[in-house]
Design a protein. Structure first.
Length: 292
C-alpha cells in the first residue's frame, strides 16, 4: 500500500519551499548591492587612491582636460554651424557628465562638492556642451570647462612623488599653471563677448594677443575694447593678471629652496644644501638625488 501524506508533512514541505523561494529573492538584491559597493570602492580608489593605476587614471583625466581646451580653441577658427562640431560637443558633454556623476558618487560628502566653484563650472560646462541637442550654442559657457584644470592641483602629491623636477620647482610650476589658467579663461571671455561685435577679434589668437598685451601693460592699441563691458574686462586683466605675473616672477627670482618639514619646529622650506634648520638648529636629513 502507498502511504498517504499527512497534512502536517504537506505544511512542512510548503513552508520549506516558501523559505527557499524567499532566500532566492533576498539573495539577488544582496548580490546587486555587493556589486554596487565593489564598483564604488574601485572608483573611489581610482579618484583618491595612491596606486599606480590611480596615478595613470588621474593623468588620463588631465590629458582629457587638455584635449578639451585644445578643442575649444580649435573650433573658434571653424564655422559654428558645422555638424561635426555639434557631434563632438555632445561627445565631450557626455564624457564630462559621466566623470561628474562618478566623482559625486564616490565622494564621502557629495553635498560639499557643490560648495566648490569647480563643481559649478563642470555643471555649466556639461550644459553648454550638450546645448546643441536643444538647439542653443552657449559657446561662452564652454570656456568655464577650463576651470576643470584646477582639479589638476589634486595631483600635486602624485606629481611630487613621480617627478623630481616637480619636487624641486613646485611653487614655480603652480604659479605657471595659475597664470596659464587665468590667461586662457580671460582669452575665452574676451573672445566670446567681443567676436560678434568687434571686427578686430575674429578668433582665439586675436583674443589671446589682446589679453597678453593688456596683462603685460604693453598696450599697442591696435586692438581695443570700446564697450563698457570690454573696458571692465581690460581692467580685470590688468589687476588680476599683473598680480599673478608678479607672483611668477617672485618664485623665479628668489633663492631656490626645497620642501622638507623640520621635526623640531615644523619649518617647511630649507636651502637645498641645508644640514641644520635655520630656525631651531635641528639636524635635517633632506633626501638628495645626487646634485652635489
Amino acid at each position: 500500500m502507498t502511504a498517504t501524506p499527512t497534512t502536517s508533512s504537506k505544511t512542512t514541505k510548503s513552508a520549506a519551499a516558501k523559505t527557499a523561494g524567499d532566500g532566492v529573492g533576498l539573495a539577488e538584491p544582496q548580490e546587486t548591492e555587493a556589486e554596487e559597493q565593489s564598483l564604488r570602492q574601485r572608483l573611489r580608489l581610482l579618484y583618491h587612491g595612491h596606486s599606480s593605476a590611480a596615478h595613470r587614471f588621474r593623468y588620463s583625466l588631465l590629458a582629457f582636460d587638455l584635449i578639451t581646451v585644445a578643442f575649444i580653441i580649435a573650433t573658434s577658427f571653424a564655422p559654428s554651424d558645422q555638424s561635426w562640431i555639434r557631434y563632438l560637443d555632445v561627445c565631450f558633454g557626455i564624457i564630462i557628465l559621466v566623470d561628474f556623476c562618478a566623482r559625486l558618487w564616490v565622494s564621502p560628502h557629495p553635498a560639499r562638492e557643490f560648495t566648490r566653484i569647480s563643481t559649478w563650472a563642470d555643471m555649466i560646462a556639461i550644459a553648454s556642451f550638450l546645448a546643441p541637442v536643444f538647439g542653443e550654442g552657449l559657446g561662452f559657457l564652454r570656456v568655464l570647462r577650463t576651470l576643470r584644470l584646477l582639479h589638476t592641483y589634486q595631483l600635486v602629491s602624485t606629481l611630487r612623488s613621480d617627478f623630481p623636477f616637480f619636487r624641486r620647482n613646485e611653487e614655480t610650476v603652480v604659479a605657471v599653471l595659475n597664470l596659464i589658467v587665468f590667461v586662457f579663461i580671460t582669452t575665452g571671455l574676451v573672445y566670446e563677448t567681443q567676436h560678434y561685435a568687434n571686427p578686430a577679434i575674429s578668433n582665439y589668437v586675436d583674443a589671446l594677443y589682446f589679453t597678453v598685451t593688456t596683462l603685460t601693460t604693453t598696450g599697442f592699441g591696435d586692438i581695443t575694447l570700446d564697450s563698457p563691458l570690454g573696458r571692465l574686462i581690460a581692467v580685470g586683466i590688468m589687476i588680476f593678471g599683473v598680480t599673478l605675473f608678479l607672483r611668477l616672477l617672485q618664485t623665479l627670482l628668489r633663492p631656490q629652496k626645497v620642501r622638507y618639514p623640520c621635526h623640531g619646529c615644523g619649518l617647511q622650506r630649507h636651502e637645498v644644501d641645508a644640514v641644520f634648520c635655520k630656525a631651531c638648529g635641528e639636524k635635517l636629513n633632506i633626501p638628495d638625488e645626487g646634485r652635489f
